[in-house]
Every structure is written in C-alpha cells, then in structure tokens.
Design a protein around this ligand. Structure first.
Ligand code: ZN
Length: 372
C-alpha cells in the first residue's frame, strides 16, 4: 500500500494559485508560487485535466504540451465542488467548508449535493454553507473588474454563489462566444477573468480518459487554450490549470450488494473515489472496522480525526465544518470505485472517476502564457 499523497497546501496547491493571482494584480498578500506581476490575469480551468493525463497525450494537445508545466495538487477530495471552492476562496477545503461532492447537512439527517445544490430536505443557503469572502469579491473590492465567462445556463446558481460570489457572469454558450467574451473582458486595463471548459471531464466519466471521445475533447481544450492565448493584450498572463485528474475504474465494490457496508451507516456521501461515511450514533468504530476489513488492499479507510490530523483537508479544519466530514473516509488507491448501484446508478456505471489522494487525481498542470 502506498501512502496517500497529501496535498501541498501552502506551497503548491490550487489555493496557492488563487492567492498568488491576487498578488500578480498588485493586491499584496502571499505569493507562494512566485508569479510575476501583470495588469490582467486570465485563469482557464479545464475540468478533469490531470497532469499525468496531459503528459500521456502530447500529440493531441500540442499547444499545452509545448509549454513547461508546473504541477499543483488539487486538494482533498479531488472533485469539482471542492476544487472550485478552493480556487474561489484561495483557501484549503478545511477553511472554506466545501469538503466533498455530497455532504451531510449537520443535524439534518440528509445529504447536500454540493455541485448541483440539491438536497433531500429544506434548501441550504450558499452564503451560510460557504461564508468566506471569495478572491473575486476581494479583487472587485480593490477596484479590479472580475468576470467569469461560461455557459449561460450556469449563471447565478446557488453553487456559483458559493464559489464565484463577486464575479460578473458573461454567458457564452459556444466556444467562439467564450473566446469573444474573454477578449472583451480583457479589454479593461486591469482585469481578473475566469473561463471554464467542462466537456473533458464528462467524456472521461462516460468513456474513460484516453478514449477516442476524451481525446476529441482534449484537442478542443488545447485549441481553446491557444485561441484564448491569442486574445491576451500586452501586460497579461494566462494560467491554465484543472480542478482534478482522473483514473479509469477496473473494479467496483457495491455497497448495495455487500450488506455489511450499509450496516450502522446513516448516510453515504462523497463519491466513488472519496466516500464520506456517516455512522448512526455509537456505530462509528464498528463501521470503521468493517470498511477497513472489506476494503483492505484497495482503499485508505480512516476516521474523521485521522483524516483531519493528517492534513487531508488542509492544515486545519474549522470546528464548525467538522460534522460535515464522514465519521469514516474511504478513499481507494487502486483503480477501484466504491459504488452505490441503487442510489447512484449513473455514477456506478462511470468508466472514469476521481476524488482520491493518488497522483493521477491530485496532480494538475499549471501552465503560464504571458504577454508581459
Ligand atoms: Zn468529474
């Protein structure tokens, strides 16, 4: 069993990219990545573009592969809701509280899907769930115009309010619209612009990374990066990164067919590669022992306290966020998925998945294109 890859919070994580970008714009603060000043920054997030995945296919991504790439760690879990919270606040998950894909709402007895913002109970306020001011709010307060260019259906949703609070949304449904929206946003003498491409991740989930369908999307992302680079006026810097990588699943453990994995479990959260397991009162130790036994040789299975003390979520976790974390965390290190075929039939059939503390999921590229 290899050791979990603990994210490099404070030195080379997605949180450090966000805080460094504020320094690039002259706002002071920490600059752990040592980025140079620029009047305009463009952050291009390619959902699911792990550093190892990109490195495996240079022929399909000639523009991105021709540039020297740094490597950042995504943070735990390696999932979109968490990583966009990290990029949005410049803080590790333990601070911003977006600690997974599906989390128990403490004391309520139901889960919140933190990406779709759906819950099997009364709605949850995004301002209360993620109350920390975002980097976008801080930049806007400092007089820097801040925009997000993406599909208009995204708009001001509750999830976007949690992670992108403070941006001006620019709806752009086609790739041409996205390039044009970025070009216009960068026309300001100072600006902070974010643009997002999500189709690579969806193709990876459905067909696996490296599949023909995935490669087609990788080529689109590469061409989009090249076109976005072409919009940069003098004095700008574009950073290309991702929210997480991915692994292709070769084995499934199904909690809906292995009855012992449901025993003593009140709620099953997280996702197939990063499970938050919430025990019924008094059952946490028994659940930990059972899960550890049944997933031996496949997954790191630890208690909430062990995960927190090992720094999985960052150097510290706000005490108010602790009950959002499962009593037990089950995080595969082989290409195994812990699925729930009855409750989550779609996810259970995914070919590609992410969330864990392996290099394939944690390592994301950081590329810079600058016109300074
Ligand atoms: Zn995904």
């Amino acid at each position: 069993m290899t050791a979990p890859l603990i994210p490099a919070y404070g030195t080379a994580s997605l949180a450090d990219l966000s805080s460094s970008l504020l320094t690039v714009l002259g706002m002071g603060g920490e600059n752990p990545l040592g980025l140079e000043p620029a009047g305009r920054v463009l952050m291009f997030i390619v959902d699911g573009l792990g550093a190892e995945l990109l490195r495996a296919h240079p022929e399909t991504a000639p523009f991105l592969s021709a540039r020297p790439a740094g490597v950042l760690t995504a943070g735990f879990p390696a999932t979109t809701a968490t990583s966009l919270g990290t990029l949005g606040t410049g803080l590790p998950p333990g601070e911003h509280g977006m600690l997974g894909y599906q989390l128990a709402v403490p004391g309520a007895g139901y889960l919140l899907n933190c990406l779709r913002w759906t819950a099997a109970g009364p709605p949850v306020s995004s301002d209360e769930w993620q109350p920390t001011p975002t980097v976008f709010e801080r930049a806007a307060a400092a007089g820097v115009p801040v925009s997000y260019v993406g599909p208009s259906e995204f708009g001001p949703t509750a999830f976007n309010r949690a992670v992108y609070r403070g941006v001006t949304f620019v709806g752009a449904d086609t790739l041409d619209d996205r390039v044009e929206g970025v070009r216009r946003a960068l026309a300001e003498p100072r600006s902070h612009v974010t643009v997002y491409y999500g189709d690579l991740d969806s193709a990876g989930h459905r067909f696996g990374w490296g599949s023909p369908q995935w490669l087609k999307r990788l080529a689109v992302a590469d061409r989009l990066a090249e076109r976005l680079a072409g919009t940069l006026p003098p004095g700008s810097a574009m950073y290309v990164t991702a929210d997480h990588g991915m692994v292709n699943i070769t084995e499934r453990v199904d909690v809906d067919t292995v009855a012992a994995l449901r025993s003593g479990v009140a709620l099953l959260g997280g996702e197939t590669r990063a499970r938050h397991v919430y025990a019924v009162p008094g059952a946490a130790e028994a659940v930990l022992a059972t899960w550890r036994d049944l997933l031996a040789g496949k997954a790191w299975v630890v208690s909430r306290q062990e995960a927190v003390e090992s720094g999985w979520f960052g150097p510290r976790v706000r005490s108010g966020w602790l009950p959002r974390i499962g009593d037990v965390l089950a995080v595969p290190y082989t290409d195994c998925a812990v699925v729930a075929s009855v409750d989550e039939p779609t996810e259970a059939s995914f070919t590609g998945a992410h969330g864990s503390l392996t290099a394939a999921e944690q390592h994301v590229p950081l590329l810079e294109v600058s016109t300074r």
